[in-house]
Design a protein around this ligand. Sequence first.
Ligand code: ATP
Ligand code: MG
Length: 586
Amino acid sequence: MYFTQTFIPTLREVPADAVTASHRLMFRGGMIRKLANGLFAYLPLGLRAFRKVERIVREEMDAIGALEIKPTVVVPGELWKESGRWETMGEAMLRTKNRTGSDFVVSPTAEEAVTALVRDELASYRQLPLTLYQINTKYRDEIRPRYGVMRAREFVMKDAYSFHADEAGLDAAYTAMGQAYRRIFKRCGLSVLAVNADSGAMGGSSSEEFMVESDIGDNTLILCESCGYAANVEKAVCGDDFDPPPSLAEAEARAASAPALEKVPTPGVKSVEDLCAFFKTDGAKCVKTLIYKGINAESGILSGREVFFAVAIRGDTAVNEAKLAAAIGASEAVLADEADVARITGAPVGFAGPVGLTGIPLIADRAVTAVHDGITGALAADFHYVHAAYGRDFVPCLIADLRTVKAGDRCARCGGALYEKKGNELGHIFKLGDKYTRSMKARYLDERGQSQIPLMGTYGIGLDRTLASIIEEHHDDDGIIWPLETAPYQILLIPVSYTGAVKEAADTLASALEREGLEVLVDDREERPGVKFKDADLLGIPYRVVVGDRALRLDPPQVEVKRRGEKECLMVEINQAPRFLSNLFT
Ligand code: ATP
Ligand code: MG
């Protein structure tokens, strides 16, 4: 391909909103252009790199026996009403009506569409296991699209769905998919980390996310120095930094010898920090109580579209809202607003406490069970209780792990020190169990002719985000340094000036390289060599081959070969160059 015949509008300037390397370089390198916030067009060069990632993903999916399909992007709203997600998906899902007033959804993901497809065809256990995948457009009305295609509104996902007759089959598919993901990211030149993840709105039992470490990552990862434990903070657990939780009887016995509960005036003391300063104590002695609202809760403790409850947590720890939502089977847990807090607790924000709280359920974090001489809000403005004891002065209806793990906490597996890193999620695999197949009434007949509900797994990779992450991991100050397998072209041929003998030699060499099966871009622009070299560094095509007057006049004539990212150049005989270069790609 000749530069002047394709469309690679390179730029020197950077748009003001491009704060990340990948966004800047994709823009400057003429790979993408912005149509609107969160909507990007790929130009020819960007699309070539995108297709490389797509090819890797497709090859690895095919290699584990997943079957490619092409469902539609626009899906009937009815299917989402069947699964129950019409209500729970929220504003991220783009909904529309057609001319007759029927509801439609622009797919943010496709569990519903694929479950419906399989439901209508599935009859017998003999058809299972079955793994289907698509590489297709998704739309999510992200509140804050950012970092270019890294978090866009429209993007392409490889999403796969597996269907099984038993747990063993689901386990096998889940494992195979995880291994395929590792191969995909390795081929893309990405160092990924698989972490335990929260199943969130997707539902289901276990899930892993594939993360790349990144300063711009939206996720906090909790990692163990010693044993390799790795989890998204949404899901991370830590070892107790106190003895195992006491039984209620033990707690009552312990509290019997504690000083009696006492209500003391604490004017203007609201936060845990204020409390610690006022009582000259530390947060581990305080019980913080927060009023929450559970959305679409479904559990023995709480159920309803919007239900209020209180959460007691030790003052030196923070509530993990993902764990909290999971504990009450809610799609979301959000802090109640000031008016609701005042109505429920009878006191302004800052004075809620578990002692004497009535009317709403009290849920406590495990660590609260260790508090037998604590300080807590007294449900009255400017008052706190001291000597509050779990088991004597308050008894929660549910005790669960609700704590946000942080650096310095102890690993639950080995006791080692935990530390934090920022990560960006590239892929996510879930075991869903029968969440969708049950609600959407998928059935098959087993060997004994009994009707059964198939189990399901779901597995996604964002292609655009993967592409941008490759650039994040492979660039320098001058531009991109493409790994061989994802480069938009393999060779950038630069005739120092595209005229006379140099032009002739460059054209002949380009054809010879293409005959070797190499992907060649010839910079035939009428630009100074300095400009071409700068753009060569910007575009990051793995091998730069320079055809110049002087080297051509050598006997035998030579060209200069340089690998992007390396300093040294190599002189190669022009006739040997096609073979030499093609060997570098095998
Ligand atoms: P995030 O937490 O980053 O919003 P998610 O957990 O909602 O992502 P999934 O539903 O697990 O995403 O989707 C699978 C994959 O799709 C993600 O791992 C990611 O690579 C990609 N993806 C999700 N949202 C976007 C987006 N807005 N732009 C680009 N890629 C995305
Ligand atoms: Mg995810």
